[in-house]
Ligand binder design. Structure first.
Ligand code: PMP
Length: 361
């Protein structure tokens, strides 16, 4: 096999090599059944075991209480931007949103079609370089929920903690699910596209408190109603079998690694290595304010766009790939999700030091 590069892409992103190898074998012959993984019926006992196992591992690893349902849906995380308000709001109902980046902004726009939306905080004027402290915004009493994006993939900001104001939380955790311990019981709904910390693109996990399912308007199209999927165990229609399988294998890997607590420690270590380097020299400028720094996506700039292009090109030639920042903010971004190895972070830090020495500002 070609030597593996260090893959800093923001998603789809690096997955554990053992998971890829197992998937490659199972794709051709699933555990000796004489059929490949993606040829099997989704109603077969093999696939039912796969989806049940993925769900029970997710429940174990995140500590999901029994009064929550886990759904495996399609349509990407972006479909949740409208499914959440369609199901949980109505024309006379209100919700509060925090505008901390592109994905929050998109979900606000979608929600406005389905309820009264208040944007209680926005860091847009500062190019989304921070998330608010919890006393920086007000949540109206009549709001059904407070919506926040726990980790802002593009800007490299992350809520260090979640508000404890008693309001039901709804969170897009696409880019940091399973990267740290959370108390699921504070959330009415959590969703995450799989393609960062969980597996391949194609499946979106929704964790929803079961009393909310009774609020989903029966008039919604069946596919857009959470209750449909909850009632049918995510088997109302053909689920994205391959993506669900890979998620299950990633969860097994995570469990074998020691679970979320071990991952959280590893993620803190990896992020600290990069932020220490950014803090060591003015040559690299972090985008996020210190208290808002993400442990998943580290966004930074160099003294000029020319130096940034050279940096990204030379890094790629050394096997440090995917460091180009999102087009909306430019610069560089190192995405260091759960499966990203610490050795790659050491290699990037060493390269940052060599590059600075060789290319004075
Ligand atoms: N939310 C967040 C936090 C994201 O990072 C992304 C994608 N990068 C999305 C939502 C959109 O996900 P999808 O492409 O699966 O619709």
């Amino acid at each position: 096999m070609t030597e593996r590069v260090y893959n800093f892409n923001p998603g789809p992103a690096v997955l554990p090599l053992d998971v890829l190898r197992q998937a490659a074998a199972d794709l051709v012959d699933y555990q000796g059944v004489g059929m490949g993984l993606i040829e099997m019926s989704h109603r077969s006992k093999e696939f039912i075991a796969i989806i049940d196992n993925a769900e029970s591992l997710l429940r174990k690893l995140l500590g999901i209480p029994d009064n929550y349902k886990v759904l495996f849906l399609q349509g990407g995380a972006s479909s949740q931007f409208y499914m959440v308000p369609m199901n949980l709001l109505g024309p006379d109902k209100a919700a509060v949103y925090l505008n901390t980046g592109t994905w929050a902004k998109k979900s606000i726009k979608e929600a406005q079609a389905f309820g009264r939306i208040t944007v209680a905080y926005s860091s847009e004027e500062d190019n989304f370089n921070r998330v608010p402290a919890h006393d920086e915004y007000l949540v109206a009493d009549d709001a059904e929920y407070l919506y926040l994006v726990s980790n802002n993939t593009i800007y490299g900001t992350q809520f260090p903690s979640f508000p404890g104001n008693g309001k039901m939380l709804v969170s897009d955790m696409s880019s940091d699910i399973l990267s740290r311990k959370i108390d699921v019981s504070r959330f009415g709904l959590i969703f995450a596209g799989a393609q960062k910390n969980l597996g391949p693109a194609g499946v979106t996990i929704v964790i929803i408190r079961d009393d909310l399912l009774d609020k989903c308007p029966p008039s919604l199209p069946a596919m857009l109603n959470y209750k449909t999927h909850a009632d049918k165990g995510s088997m109302f229609n053909t689920p994205p079998c391959f993506a669900v399988y890979v998620v299950g294998e990633v969860l097994k890997w995570l469990d074998d690694m020691g679970g979320v607590e071990v991952m959280e420690k590893r993620n803190e270590e990896k992020a600290a290595l990069l932020y220490n380097e950014i803090d060591r020299t003015p040559y690299y400028r972090g985008h996020a304010e210190k208290l808002s720094r993400s442990r998943m996506n580290v966004s930074f700039k160099l003294p000029s766009t020319e130096l940034e292009s050279r940096f990204i090109g030379e890094a790629a030639a050394l096997g440090l790939q995917g460091l180009k920042g999102h087009r909306s903010i430019g610069g560089c971004r190192a995405s260091i999700y759960n499966a990203f190895p610490v050795e790659g972070v050491y290699k990037l830090v060493a390269f940052m030091q060599e590059f600075e020495a060789a290319n004075p500002a």
